[in-house]
Design a protein around this ligand. Structure first.
Ligand code: FNR
Length: 384
């Protein structure tokens, strides 16, 4: 019974660690260097308190969230996480289908195991696409072609990874240099027979978007190493402008955390940004994203979409972000944990848990909808 096994997001985290070979559990959970920003992302939420308002008429909470020109049924959804299909068989598809069922947007990574066409076929809808620019313009053109061919509406260009940071857990595990199953990996896999049997059946998965291109190698683990080494280090506003010219759909920059960069993004005609420090996996010793939110919204202006991620685990975290000016919350690790721990039903359950927490939190604050929360703004919060 999922509802007793998984009462919080953290229950999924623990279960995922028991289910996955160490190399993947560490890849998901880890941050860069001393992991201070990873910790700070969580601690930042404690800076804001919720006002308890009572004796307001309360109906069922309405979580419908305005987003750009449309709406989402929920104020949160899965952000891009690479290699989701390694944590559970067809993991990318499971997450996208669950998000589709919940009528909330899902962003899939350039490093997804399953490609856009496969996703579309499996879920009947097309996810949003997260783009990592490759050094080879031909590879980038092929990404955009695949987006156009499947009908992708929104691209998230990730800009905080021109340099890949050091994730010390991955270094110890040799995550980026595995090209074959070494004895130590074999032992890790043997210790997780359920995962190994279901995942390795039919051979090691590949990243579909680059499969068949010899420069990326074969098998997701080899590709993991190669892909990050091939990211375009010459990532500047010129490239953003070029992409803006090449892509007719919505364009969002993911990985902005400074108000000056946010203002520039608005000036360059972006449809929005994701306020993100890559889940504490890139610059260590930077601030928690939630603590930058007010300043970033002020710099961005009221119109561009403002997504945020980094350490969101609770309904109350989501409520705080919307009050501080975010339009939508994305989550990375929680979806990886849920799919690893319990597959597609696990993802459905995670979404249900977070929706319930968000609804109850709103109601205990005397609010009945995300619209009311947005209208109330930061006034609905207290600071210690
Ligand atoms: C990521 N993230 C990420 N971002 C991106 O733009 N493309 C990607 O392929 C990935 N891959 C990825 C893998 C894993 C295992 C993690 C944990 C994260 C970053 C992700 O989109 C998001 O910014 C953070 O995960 C948000 O922080 P939380 O929710 O994980 O705390």
């Amino acid at each position: 019974d999922l509802s007793r096994r998984f009462v919080t997001t953290d229950d999924f985290a623990r279960a995922a660690r028991r289910k996955l070979p160490k190399i993947f559990a560490d890849y998901i959970d880890g941050g860069s260097f001393s992991e201070t920003t990873l910790r700070r992302n969580r601690e930042g939420f404690d800076r804001y308190l919720l006002r308890q308002r009572v004796l307001h008429p309360l109906g069922p909470a309405d979580l419908t969230t305005p987003l750009g020109t449309g709406t989402a049924a929920l104020p949160f959804g899965p952000g891009p996480v690479g290699f989701m299909g390694l944590y559970h068989r067809d993991g990318d598809i499971c997450v996208h289908r669950a998000a589709t069922r919940a009528d909330t947007p899902c962003v899939i990574s350039t490093f997804s195991i399953n490609g856009l066409a496969t996703m579309k076929q499996a879920a009947g809808t097309v996810p949003d696409f997260q783009l990592y620019l490759d050094r080879d313009p031909e590879v980038n053109a092929s990404y955009l072609d695949q987006c156009r061919a499947t009908g992708v509406k929104r691209i998230f260009l990730t800009v905080d990874t021109a340099i890949t940071s050091v994730r010390e857990r991955d270094v110890r595990n040799g995550f980026r240099s595995v090209s074959r199953i070494t004895p130590s990996l074999f032992l890790q896999f043997a210790a997780r027979p359920a995962w190994s049997l279901s995942l390795l059946r039919g051979g090691f998965p590949e990243v579909e978007l680059v499969a068949g291109r010899p420069e990326f190698g074969r098998g997701a683990l080899a590709q993991a190493g190669n892909l990050s080494g091939r990211l375009d280090i010459d990532l500047t506003w010129d490239k953003v402008r070029q992409l803006r010219a090449d892509w007719d759909g919505e364009l969002i920059i993911k990985g902005i955390s400074d108000p000056e960069d946010a203002a520039r993004a608005a000036a360059e005609g972006m449809d929005g940004i994701v306020l993100s420090n890559h889940g504490g996996r890139q610059l260590d010793h930077g601030p928690a994203t939630i603590t930058r939110l007010k300043a970033v919204r002020a710099a961005l202006g009221p119109d561009p979409m403002l997504f945020i991620d980094g350490g969101f685990r609770r309904g109350s975290d989501i409520v705080k972000a919307i009050a501080l000016g975010a339009d939508f919350v994305m989550m990375g690790r929680p979806f990886a944990w849920a799919v690893a721990a319990a597959g597609e039903p696990g993802v459905d359950h995670l979404i249900r848990l977070l929706a319930t927490e968000t609804a109850i939190t709103l109601q205990l604050m005397g609010l009945t909808s995300i619209a009311e929360l947005k209208a109330a703004g930061p006034e609905i919060l207290l600071t210690e």
